[in-house]
Design a protein around this ligand. Structure first.
Ligand code: ATR
Length: 295
């Protein structure tokens, strides 16, 4: 029988609406067990109306911090006392913790995206003068900022709604003057692929139960890297087509695992490693709980 935790044990949670589908508790509990840390990480399903109150009472309810997911990331940014430069550039936070009793915010999706590529495609950034990013939502924001932080020269943001792609390009164009960042509609994609060293899907297309992305990797350069932030299924149709063409691919699960590490370090006092054992644990859960997510 597991021993009950002492009341002083650090406790964090994933705050979302919904939150129950999240794999964050699985990830953090894996690391807590691995390092024999007396702490916990749970679910907090909190509606938008209740979110500000939940954040106000976070510490008095015994939490040392938590993760924030859809639809609360922008609201959370407005509620923190201070935020990292990354979170400020994105206007969204996904990780909360306290410093001297004050609520702090970071956006670790950026570090998670970059760490995942670094782990699975080392040296990718030196080979990426031009990237094409599909989508212009919150996930695209994190990806584009990460690419800019790694000195990618030219970024095309391609989106169904052209105005959103253009707005995102303008936002980052102001932050990174001198770089070439342009928004485009889907019809421009075939013309952009032959010069794209990196293709990133940040839309939900290709996700289990969602429409498939209509992108043919055939015209990408043969040295191109293709990555997808979708991780259910582990290999999306886009990644499968790219692999069949002989291109390098990186799946989306690594980003999820790597974005979790900085929060764990802040709450529980040590930086955990994204290991094969953790990856396998989460994959086993995905396969057990999501029909059709087989790799
Ligand atoms: P997130 O914060 O997870 O990125 P989001 O802000 O809702 O979520 O953004 C979802 C992205 O996927 C958007 O770029 C969206 O395109 P629009 O801006 O045109 O809505 C894109 N997307 C989702 N479903 C799509 C579909 N069926 N076809 C094309 N794009 C789609």
């Amino acid at each position: 029988m597991p021993q009950p935790l002492p009341s002083s044990a650090p406790k964090a949670c994933i705050i979302g609406f919904p939150a129950r589908h999240s794999r964050s508790p699985l990830i953090h509990r894996f690391w807590l067990r691995q390092h024999a840390i007396a702490g916990d990480y749970g679910f907090a399903e909190v509606s938008p109306d209740d979110f500000p109150g939940f954040i106000r009472d976070l510490a008095s309810n015994g939490y040392v911090g938590g993760n924030v997911t859809v639809p609360h990331k922008e609201t959370a940014f407005g509620l923190v006392h201070d935020a990292t430069a990354t979170a400020r550039a994105l206007g969204a936070v996904n990780t909360l913790w306290f410093e001297d009793g004050r609520l702090m915010g970071d956006n670790t999706d950026v570090a998670g995206f970059l760490a995942s590529l670094d782990a699975d495609a080392p040296g990718w950034d030196a080979r990426t003068p031009t990237a094409t990013v599909l989508g212009a939502g919150g996930a695209a924001r994190a990806v584009v900022y990460g690419l800019l932080a790694r000195s990618v020269e030219r970024i095309h943001i391609v989106n169904r709604t052209l105005a959103r792609a253009q707005a995102l390009a303008e936002h980052f164009g102001q932050l990174f003057s001198g770089r070439q960042i342009a928004g485009a509609g889907w019809d421009a994609l075939p013309g952009l692929l032959p010069a794209s060293s990196l293709l990133v899907n940040t839309t939900s297309m290709g996700m289990h139960g969602q429409p498939t992305l209509d992108v043919d990797p055939e015209t990408l350069p043969e040295t191109a890297l293709v990555t997808d932030i979708v991780y259910v299924p582990l290999e999306t149709p886009l990644l499968a087509a790219a692999r069949q063409r002989g291109l390098r691919t990186v799946g989306g699960l690594g980003m999820l695992l790597h974005q979790a590490a900085p929060g764990f370090a802040r709450w529980f006092g040590m930086t955990p490693v994204v290991s094969r054992a953790l990856y396998d644990d989460v994959v086993a859960d995905l396969l057990a709980t999501t029909e059709g997510s087989k790799p």
